[in-house]
Design a protein around this ligand. Sequence first.
Ligand SMILES: [Zn+2]
Length: 408
Amino acid sequence: MSSSVIQLECQCNNYPWGKKGSSSLAAKYAAATPGGHFKLDESKEYAEQWMGTYPTTPSLVLASGEDLQKHINANKGKLIGKPILNKFGVDLPFLPKILSIAKALPLQIHPDKELAAKLHKGDPEKFGDANHKPEIAVALGKFEVFVGWKALPEIQQLFTNIPILKSHLTTSSQTHFNGEALKQVVGKILSASDDEIVEVYDTLKNTPTKDFGKQTYIPELLPRLAEQYDTSDPGNLVALLTMNYMVLQKGDAIYVPADGIHAYLSGDIVECMARSDNVLNTGFCPRADRDSIELFTAALTFSPKNADEALLKPKDSDKGLKGHTQVLAPPMGEFDMLVTNLKGKETETIKALRGPAILIVTGGKGTLKAEGKEHEVKEGYVFFIGYDTEIELVAESCLETHIAFAEA
Ligand SMILES: [Zn+2]
């Protein structure tokens, strides 16, 4: 009979925005698993470590080298359990990742289910599945992010104080901002020529700081963003003029709904999303890599519509029987995430979950006890935990885990 606690070997991708070599937490975590195949190359960028069963970057059962999804398929009743099998089928419904971000990710949205189905049908090569991809991002340290829209009065203020924004980026009929007008402005920025973008960029650079009101981060970030891509990249203007810029600290989290605009800027995070890899990119990437502006702006949702709305606040969870566990519960059915923090010799019991889980050790070391067995746990180790399996975590001096799980 197979075990319900399975240590995984997980792989990293090499997007150019990732941190280099061992400065990448994603790479460090991939290298931490003993006996795995991962070889860290100091000259490469490591962007994302994927944990789960999405077919492009699947996790392996460490002990056997078997593909995790194959192993689950052969033991689905035991590992996934009936409630989630009935709701989502045998494929793991969620996909956790570790991201190590050195510079801005492409400005992006993930299509909702309806659009994803259409895109997947038309171009299955590029859009590899028909699912939506709402996601959460949890900071493991300082994390800079552009997410959702600024409060409308903040945008209005910029467009009132800085004449070129009104003359170049709005239509003549626009007198005040609402969600629809904002989408039009974004469409206008994205479809502007390189020269027009550079003209607005240069004007902003020479605008006195006081004209930005309280948004003094805009003049500070302008040169930094332009250095990462180019002064002609429309992402600079969309992000700085219309989106929330947030600096999160360890433990803070955000929720990005399907069709929600976002661009992560720097830091190390745990990310978790519905099982999908669909994305539409329009900025912070070369022109050739940008998707259709019409598609992008048509899909855009006017949510979250201020910084507060983007935040996902942790709540105390009754899944941890000793009170060391909080839960991040985004408004979606595919997963919640438990965050457990132990100090000294503390222990926590996570009660049996009614579905599959993936546990990532994000700090310290200790022991995981389950099914009468003990497993060593260390920062960077990743485990699949099967349906209806109670586990006990014992810290050696400190221990932190993030557990993504689904319950129906
Ligand atoms: Zn994303």
